[in-house]
Design a protein around this ligand. Sequence first.
Ligand SMILES: [Fe+2]
Length: 329
Amino acid sequence: MGQTLPFPKQRPPDYIKLESEPVFDASRHLALEAPETIIKLSELGYSEAEIKDCPSDYGVSSAFRILSDEGVAAMREICLKMYDNRNVSVGTGVNRLGSYVRGAGYRSQFIKDFCDSPELSEHLSRLAEVSLARHSVPAVACGVNYAPEDVTKAVDTWHTDSVAFDIVMLMSDPSALEGGEFQYFRGTKSEGQALLGIAGEEGRDTDLPSDRVVTVPFPGPGYGFMQQGNMIFHRACRLKYKAERITMIPSFVVSPAEAVDGTNSINMAGWDDPGLPAELTRHEAWRAAARLDKLVDNVSLHDDATQLGDQIDHAIGSLIAFRDRLRNS
Ligand SMILES: [Fe+2]
């Protein structure tokens, strides 16, 4: 199993820890199956150079079974219990997400143990062909999205994610939903963004050409798909009628800690979740420390000043950029 950071010892005071919940047991609560299809980044039009900058060529899969019926029942009840303690929508995220819980692992040991389970990360690592572990930033390690109170609003508009790998797992019964489909753009993110006239990760609630859009079918609750979310342009459509639509979005980091890291801490620094700047600081410090260790091992007496400077930039550049983002926020 890949490495990750333990949760911080503290917990944001607004996050209420659930008192009575079942104990997660992989043998009872998981029912992992393989997806029928996996679309590679190359099939979406990404160039060899773009793929080389990613941890793997994995793009997006069809939905596959993740939780057993018992797992679905337990997880859905926990998601419903956390609804009244969801995050206050005032940050940048409010523009996109209607109603959500970030850092569910602070509130629920069951969810934390699910996201930490080696069975899950080993399964996902095999699919992604790269070693994955529960994301080291608790806010995004285990998020839960709910349908917005106002059904005229999209559940989530066209965007890319601030993390490399995540799964989108439906906790509600898809046969009871009209609308609320999950869709991705069959193309690169820059093509999709150009068609909508947006940049970066910001969302936009408009339509893309339908022949370029794929709707991911969910056979039932407890099914989810995995995507390299920072490379897949995707959205969750609005519901036609008010209904329970809960998705769980666990995110993952790539191991070892010095591996390419798609986590966009600069973007996430603008979100308004308690503790998040500190969580991101831990993450960036952890990855930089691993890269510095590599630098100590790999530095050559034959390297010139430019080469040495480049290696130092590679090791700590993203940590320094994040520090600057914090200071300017
Ligand atoms: Fe997303």
